[in-house]
Design a protein around this ligand. Structure first.
Ligand code: ADP
Length: 432
């Protein structure tokens, strides 16, 4: 029976109960007391049913299921139906949840769920292996109490989750992890850690290989270059047709020496700890030296090199590295600006922090090349780069040096309209 039908028959039943009472009341003249008594009985019966119904509904396991009739029977059936549906949904959800937990548990990456206070809500078994977590002990613990690596803590608290972080596993320093945090919901975070030990080892092998080869080549190259130079200087008169060949050998060995030097510098930048050799750097005197070098490099080309610098603005960093980065940018401006062009060098404190920029009126760069300029050996025009003594490694060095100084490089350029290379550092790098 539907609830509506039950409601209708309840009304009819009540009518049948009330009608004889009304007739009896009218016949005897006791209509009000009889109706009053009948209504009290009716209300009492319903209240009793309501009591038994709510008692059973509150604790269905503790109290027997009441045998109800009238409007109460379909009501009970409806409750049964709804609770049956609820149970089914719960079973389905728990099946889905256990399937999800099983699949995330099988992931080769550590996955942790952090609540809005940074406490551990859930993690898979690999997390326990990589991060040394214990299911009973660490549930609800703060992640920054469990992983004390300062690099990780900086990353976690800085909130710049666009990039990932590489760090050794807290339980085993031989395991390298790539950690990524993904914010979601209201202040929640998903933390993933991937084992990149093999990749890291390969990277080390590559780095060592380049460094070793460069190192080994350096000495024989210096000897060959030295001999070529000596021959060119001392026996110029007897060389005859060999003079041109020796001249070319001199140029090429010099170019190779520059490449080897840049490769060694890059591998030093990759292997050194970030704060190694850092102190207060007087940028202005450093720039004056670079301007002098730029004028010499320009030679007869007559570039107009100008310097606008805040003499008191000093930076916390490594002076050799900064000099090498700034010099690369200034010398590039000279090399890629036609004779007589303008080169403007600036060093100032902007709203976002100290900035160094080089503006030239040179050949400019097409937009599709700009994102790739800092790749090793990436050159827009290989011939032009070689001709002007380039190694293709200058901007890769600049990028590394800036990363080690928490800075970033911004390139604005248009073909034929010159370029602006700007290095921006955070305020924290200003030396007081
Ligand atoms: P390279 O030794 O070839 O100059 P870099 O890494 O210093 O190598 O620069 C990469 C490339 O970026 C260069 O080959 C050149 O094509 C381009 N480039 C760098 N600086 C400038 C500039 N100021 N104007 C135009 N092109 C530039």
């Amino acid at each position: 029976m539907s609830l509506e039908q039950a409601w209708r028959s309840e009304l009819v039943g009540t009518g049948f109960f009330a009608l004889p009472l009304i007739l009896l009341g009218l016949g005897t003249g006791y209509l009000i007391p009889l109706l009053w008594g009948g209504l009290t009985l009716y209300l009492g019966w319903h209240l009793y049913k309501l009591y038994r119904f709510t008692r059973w509904l509150g604790k269905p396991k503790r109290h027997p299921r009441p045998h109800l009739f009238g409007i109460w029977r379909p009501l009970m059936q409806r409750v049964d139906e709804l609770s049956g549906r609820g149970r089914k949904r719960k079973r389905k959800l728990s099946r889905m949840l256990s399937g999800f937990l099983e699949s995330t548990g099988a992931l080769p990456d550590a996955t942790l769920v952090l609540n809005d206070e940074g406490r551990l809500d859930w993690w898979n078994s690999v997390s326990a292996e990589f991060l040394g977590l214990d299911r009973k002990r660490d549930k609800g613990a703060r992640i920054d109490d469990l992983i004390s690596d300062p690099v990780f803590l900086n990353y976690l608290h800085a909130g710049h989750y666009g990039r990932s972080l590489q760090m050794p596993a807290p339980v085993n320093a031989n395991i390298s992890l790539e950690v990524r945090v993904v914010p979601y919901g209201k202040g929640k975070r998903l933390l993933q850690a991937r084992d990149i030990t093999r990749l890291h080892q390969l990277e080390i092998v590559r780095r060592d290989f380049v460094a070793n080869v460069s190192h080994e080549i350096r000495t024989p190259l210096t000897v060959v270059h030295g001999y070529v130079e000596t021959m060119l200087e001392s026996s110029a008169a007897f060389l005859g047709p060999w003079k041109r060949i020796l001249g070319q050998m001199q140029v090429q060995t010099l170019r190779m020496q520059r490449i080897v030097d840049d490769l060694l510098l890059l591998s030093r930048l990759e292997t050194r700890r970030n704060n190694e050799g850092q102190g207060v750097v007087g940028v202005y005197p450093l720039l004056r030296g670079i301007v002098e070098g730029a004028r010499q490099l320009s030679g007869d080309s007559g570039h107009q090199v100008s310097l606008e610098a805040d003499e008191r603005l000093r930076l916390v960093g490594n002076s050799h590295e900064l000099e090498s980065a700034f010099a690369n940018l200034v010398y590039n401006a000279v090399r890629y600006t036609p004779a007589g062009g303008e080169i403007r060098i600036r060093w100032w404190l902007s709203g976002s922090g100290p900035c160094f920029s080089v503006t030239d009126s040179g050949i400019g760069i097409a937009p599709e090349h700009i994102p790739r300029l800092t790749e090793r050996f990436y050159r827009v025009d290989v011939g032009r780069s070689r001709e002007s003594g380039g190694t293709g490694l200058g901007l890769a060095i600049v990028k590394h040096v800036l990363t080690r100084h928490d800075g970033k490089l911004v390139v604005e350029s248009e073909p034929g309209n010159g370029s602006v290379f700007t290095c921006c550092f955070p305020h924290a790098r200003v030396a007081s």
